[in-house]
Design a protein around this ligand. Structure first.
Ligand code: 13P
Ligand code: 13P
Ligand code: MG
Ligand code: MG
Ligand code: MG
Ligand code: MG
Length: 366
């Protein structure tokens, strides 16, 4: 059957700063979603990653469906009210607009959706990150879909020999979606030239060139573009289909062992290693480090299987140790140089006033 996966995440308030949502918030989201289940809205699952709640929905309405978006928006709104009553920090933080007008895009929550004909077996992964921005998925997706050093299927599996199409978005553009399509392997260097700048260019979707089918889709919300000021980090989500003409699950996961430095961390203004964590993990050290969770599912007739926590394994304990070491190492240099993000990212925050005041005190000497 044709099914749509809709993953929507929002920070609607958290305990003790930006740590994690309370159990009552998750309960309220569930309470709000439950009555809408039926033959068209088939199934859903909830999880949190740091202070962001992710709703995964399966349905038959296709992408950008007003009804599905409304159900999710209302659930977040209801839970934000609970967060306000509980006095949680940043209650309703990612719900930047008051009125819903048919689509959740542009209102604050991050969204990743894909519609496809279910395969005989349909394994897929839901990644959710906190204390970082959508560019955090650039390198892991590039390596999993383009690089035979990571994706052995590019050499071993004939249904991947043709490579993949990348849709990359220029997230500095705010008048609409500015997207380029590039093809791996022949345009690898062009793809890399864009992806090297993760605050500006972000992978929106990946497609198989063998079947034309959608392989991956990520949220591309830049909150400061919507709010015009710093209102927390974007904290993206990503859906990836696995196996068959797509990389194997383990090939999609492998790049996360790199723990690349990404933008985010404290006040969304620093660089930190992206630590792969178990589902429903909080953040801690310096409001971080940036974290990413991964839940694996199969979907059949729209019904979700039991979930498997992809980073809940002894191997990733070792990787988490490496991430901790990388975090401590970079934090030793505090505000200096690469430890903090460049001005282009900071200009949505308070440092603008400080620098403006200093500008007036400069004198030109010849
Ligand atoms: P199994 O024999 O465990 O199913 O492994 C198959 C495989 O191809 C793993 O990538
Ligand atoms: P969040 O976007 O996760 O709320 O992070 C905000 C922040 O400033 C953390 O220090
Ligand atoms: Mg928060
Ligand atoms: Mg967050
Ligand atoms: Mg955030
Ligand atoms: Mg097997």
């Amino acid at each position: 059957m044709r099914v749509t996966l809709t993953a929507i995440k929002a920070d609607i308030g958290s305990i003790g700063g930006h740590i994690r949502p309370s159990a009552s918030l998750l309960k309220e989201v569930e309470r709000s979603l439950q009555p809408h289940l039926g033959s068209d809205f088939i199934d859903f699952r909830l999880s949190y990653t740091g202070d962001d709640i992710a709703i995964l929905m399966t349905h038959t309405h296709g992408t950008d469906n007003p009804l599905i978006h409304q159900i999710a928006w209302d659930a977040f709104k209801a839970a934000a009210d609970v967060a306000k009553k509980e006095g949680l920090y940043g209650a309703g933080q990612d719900l930047l607009k008051d009125a819903f007008s048919g689509n959740i895009r542009g209102l604050g929550p991050g969204i990743a959706e894909m519609e496809f004909e279910e395969r005989k077996s349909e394994p897929f992964l839901l990644f959710a990150a906190d204390k970082t921005d959508p560019g955090a998925f650039n390198l892991p997706l590039y390596l999993a879909f383009c690089d035979p050093m990571y994706c052995s299927g590019l050499l071993l599996s004939p249904n991947m020999f043709k490579g993949f199409k990348f849709e990359i978005m220029d997230v500095a553009y705010t008048e609409g979606d500015k997207v380029i399509a590039l093809f791996a392997p022949e345009e690898l260097y062009d793809i890399a030239a864009l992806l090297r700048d993760p605050e500006r260019y972000v992978i929106k979707a990946v497609y198989s060139r063998t079947t034309g089918e959608i392989a991956a889709v990520a949220s591309t919300t830049r909150l400061h573009n919507i709010a015009g000021k710093y209102v927390g980090k974007d904290d993206p989500i990503l859906l990836v289909r696995a196996q068959g003409s797509f990389p194997a699950t383990g090939e999609i996961l492998e790049p996360y062992a790199l723990v690349p430095y990404v933008g985010g961390f404290m006040r969304g203004s620093h660089q930190g290693p992206l630590m792969p964590v178990k589902r429903n993990s909080s953040v801690s050290f310096f409001d971080g480090p940036p974290i990413v969770s991964c839940t694996a599912y199969c979907v059949k007739d729209g019904k979700l299987s039991e979930e498997a926590d992809a980073f809940d394994h002894p191997f990733w304990d070792y990787v988490r140790e490496i991430a901790s070491k990388k975090a401590i190492e970079l934090r030793r240099q505090g505000f200096y140089g690469n430890a903090m993000l460049p001005y282009g990212e900071l200009e949505y925050g308070g440092i603008v006033e400080r620098l403006k005041a200093l500008e007036g005190k400069f004198e030109i000497r010849h």
